[in-house]
Design a protein around this ligand. Structure first.
Ligand SMILES: Cc1cc2nc3c(=O)[nH]c(=O)nc-3n(C[C@H](O)[C@H](O)[C@H](O)COP(=O)(O)O)c2cc1C
Length: 473
């Protein structure tokens, strides 16, 4: 490419380019060349480096782009700072992205390395850090989040906040913030009850700052007890989530939902198995959405690398036969959603020992059909769930195959998705689905736009809730 002229870029993209170029020490033109070169490589653009404060997520509500809520966690210089490390994990396991800031005093109690390792990205300690401050990174840290949590909030940090100080990174962020702030105070009971602290707490509450704790109990100092212990990390994480995600309408309260997810592994011998590329992400997202809507959720999952969604009972299984047994054990349920990619076949006789190369003939792998979990449950005489939903993963003739499947299996709804490699759906984070619903002999097809798997899950659970609401009215 001899020369490069790009006009009419929108402001956000131009800013992003300028910032990326500055960070990488390149001219804007070179940065564009680099981006184009990377995009033309197999696999396209690499993921953005997470420790960079200059990503192009929308400046105002960044979670809108990723679906992930962002917390800036400020760790103050108190003995309870070690618990803030656990808080990072508790926030992350609830699906938040956590950026950590340590005050200078906090680094006396916990190391930036430990905080970075738990947050999976660099943490921030210095207001005058040229790496992050070339574009006023403290303002970004204050704004590019949905919530700021201060834990432990020391007496000193609260005094500075109440007085409007901004002489270090933490206080500058707190003064520049336009996001909700949650403090978890922690200090000796005498400090907590001191008239100055009482004044500061009253002032901060008046300013709209929220607080959790402190709790009463034993103090770190020997033989001291009273009010001043930092709230437990789980309590803080729950309070943070309640602020981030206002309670969702409990549209499936009282309903029991069974969901399957992931692939199955069909053993060949003790070390080998037949599998497929299912990641389980869609089924796990549906389980999380059903639990958030107030349902009692049992998730039967094949082998996947995903964490249990909060509030969901997870049964981990290996093979299709194990999955069917776990599904049958979970009945009765009101709703069964079969999102797992169950292997159609298994090896007739699994080798008791590892198969060996003999140099002669290849070992014969004779296959037999696995039980059809969707059809078995759809056609059950007793305990058939009132609503049975299957998934159709097809690589051709998607709607026709899904129509045939809904009839053949005897289920009520089918979520059909095209899993051809080019779609990136298998293992990816987004999905494009068609919902087929059976009304007597009629099958309605509703095509949804491309969405994240979380979006598909919420939309499906919404439809399920509407279905029951209609049935009850
Ligand atoms: C061992 C030790 C433990 C401390 N624990 C606390 C504490 O729990 N809460 C508190 O408010 N201050 C505590 N302090 C005092 C703070 O470290 C000090 O006020 C510091 O300036 C607070 O810094 P910050 O504003 O960055 O949080 C402790 C000091 C020491 C030496």
């Amino acid at each position: 490419m001899a020369s490069l002229t790009i006009r009419k870029l929108d402001d956000a993209i131009r800013d992003e380019l300028r910032l990326r170029a500055a960070r990488n020490g390149r001219s804007v033109e070179d940065e564009v060349r680099t981006i184009l070169r990377e995009a033309s490589q197999p696999g396209g653009l690499p993921a953005r480096h997470p420790d960079v404060l200059t990503d192009a997520a929308p400046r105002s509500r960044p979670e809108a782009a990723t679906g992930q809520l962002r917390v800036t966690l400020i760790i103050g210089g108190g003995i309870a700072a070690y618990k803030a490390l656990d808080l990072i994990r508790r926030l992350k396991e609830r699906g938040s992205h956590v950026r950590v800031v340590l005050t200078r005093a906090a680094t006396q109690f916990v190391t930036p390395l430990a905080a970075s390792a738990l947050a999976n990205e660099r943490c921030f300690t210095d207001l005058f850090d040229p790496q992050s401050e070339f574009d006023a990174g403290h303002i970004r840290l204050a704004r590019e989040c949905d919530l700021i949590v201060v834990a432990p909030a020391t007496a000193d940090l609260m005094a500075k906040m109440a007085g409007g100080h901004a002489d270090d990174l933490a206080t500058a962020i707190l003064l520049a913030a336009n996001r909700p702030i949650l403090l978890a105070p922690a200090m000796n009971p005498l400090m907590w009850n001191n008239a100055a602290t009482r004044r500061n707490v009253a002032q901060l509450k008046h300013d709209g700052v929220m607080m959790i704790g402190p709790n009463a109990g034993e103090m770190a100092e020997a033989n001291e007890a009273g009010t001043g212990r930092m709230a437990e990390p789980t309590e803080i994480a729950i309070a943070a989530m309640a602020l981030l995600r206002p309670p969702q309408p409990q549209t499936l309260a009282g309903k029991r939902v069974l969901i399957t997810a992931g692939p199955t592994h069909e053993p060949i011998d003790p070390v080998r198995y037949i599998a497929n590329r299912s990641s389980g992400k869609q089924g796990f997202a549906i389980a999380a959405a059903a639990a958030a809507a107030g349902a009692e959720v049992i998730l039967v999952s094949g082998p996947v690398e995903l964490k249990d969604p909060p509030g969901v009972v997870v049964k981990r299984v290996e093979s299709a036969r194990d999955m069917l047994a776990a599904v049958e054990a979970a009945l009765p349920v009101d709703i069964a959603i079969f999102a797992a990619a169950v292997a159609d076949w298994r090896v007739v006789s699994e080798g008791a020992q590892k198969l060996k190369k003999t140099g002669a003939a290849l070992p014969p792998l004779v296959l037999t059909e696995n039980p059809d979990i969707l059809a078995t449950i759809s056609k059950r005489a007793g305990n058939r769930p009132p609503l049975v939903i299957g998934f159709a993963a097809e690589t051709e003739h998607l709607i026709d195959n899904a129509r045939a499947k809904i009839v053949r299996k005897g289920c009520d709804w089918i979520v059909a998705n095209d899993v051809s490699p080019a779609t990136g759906i298998m293992g990816g984070d987004s999905n494009t689905v068609h919902l087929l619903t059976r009304h007597g002999n009629e099958i309605a097809v509703d095509s949804w736009p491309p969405m994240g798997k979380d979006g598909v899950a919420s939309a499906l659970i919404k439809r399920v809730a509407e279905h029951f609401e209609k049935a009850n009215s």
